[in-house]
Design a protein. Structure first.
Length: 276
């Protein structure tokens, strides 16, 4: 599992195709045929070059900052794609390094809070639950209440991380597998937010971004709590691929709402875990 944007970008993804030579596996900027042609024709008069030769010269010299008249064009100061400051680029942005460390810290707080919440409400792996649902019975013309016994999946879901606070394409969708549960719609991987919301609105808001859910779970009760203990190393693990992807794809301004949620999470709960 991963944040929505990475799932969307990986869906149906193919190798790049060069617009100059038509070969897959590289882009126009790194085309070996264009670079070789440029070296052959760059010193020839424009009238002695063919169309591809002219294109190669214009493209490469424009990248080098050389105008059509052959004079060097003054380059604009480098501007970082992440923080928008001049003098560096995204690759060596000091602010991005700080924000990555900040998200990793927020992820540790999020996982600490989740472990307490899951233990309190019986969502630890292998726990036995009774899930109460309320649905409309069209044949009888009224609502009916049912209860189902189910077991939380024995494996700790990989998608439990701070990106659960993200909105839209920055969101990590968190689902808990309930073995034996038969929902009215969909499969038995149930939104963790809905399960927590049935117990505490405030905790659900602190752990998860709002997401629309079509379901009928009213409540859940713990029948038998498992003896599962969250391993210490799990709290230290961070979704580094998602973090790196987000920081490379979006600017600090675009990440601001998510970073504010991380800040609020640390302010509200970091102290009780010795994290500031």
């Amino acid at each position: 599992m991963t944040i929505n944007a990475r799932k969307q970008s990986n869906y149906g993804r193919t190798a790049p195709t060069c617009k100059f030579c038509g070969t897959q596996g590289h882009t126009l900027a790194k085309c070996p045929d264009m670079i070789a042609l440029y070296e052959q024709v760059k010193d020839k008069p424009i009238e002695e070059r063919d169309f591809k030769g002219n294109y190669a010269v214009q493209y490469i010299e424009r990248k080098k900052g050389i105008s059509k008249t052959g004079t060097k064009v003054a380059k604009k100061p480098k501007k970082c794609g992440y923080c928008r400051a001049t003098g560096h680029n995204r690759r060596d942005c000091p602010q991005m390094v700080k924000d990555k460390e900040f998200i990793i810290k927020a992820n540790k707080v999020w996982r600490k809070l989740w472990s307490e919440t899951a233990t309190k409400y019986g969502l630890t792996p292998a726990s036995l639950l009774k899930v109460h649902t309320r649905s409309y019975n069209y044949s009888q013309g009224g609502y009916e209440n049912t209860a189902q016994l189910c077991t939380v999946g024995a494996e700790l879901p990989e998608n439990l991380n701070v990106f659960a606070l993200g909105e839209d394409n920055k969101q990590q969708e968190v689902h808990i597998p309930l073995l034996g549960y038969k929902p009215e719609y969909g499969d038995n991987n149930i939104s963790a937010r809905i399960l927590i919301k049935s117990k505490s609105d405030s905790l659900a808001s602190n752990l998860f971004a709002y997401s629309y859910y079509w379901g009928n779970i009213e409540n859940m009760e713990v029948v038998a709590q498992s003896s599962y203990t969250f391993p210490e190393e799990w709290f230290e693990q961070a979704p580094t691929e998602d973090i790196d992807y987000a920081l490379k794809k979006w600017s600090k301004e675009q990440m601001s709402d998510f970073l504010k949620k991380c800040e609020k999470l640390i302010e509200n709960y970091g102290g009780q875990y010795g994290i500031k």
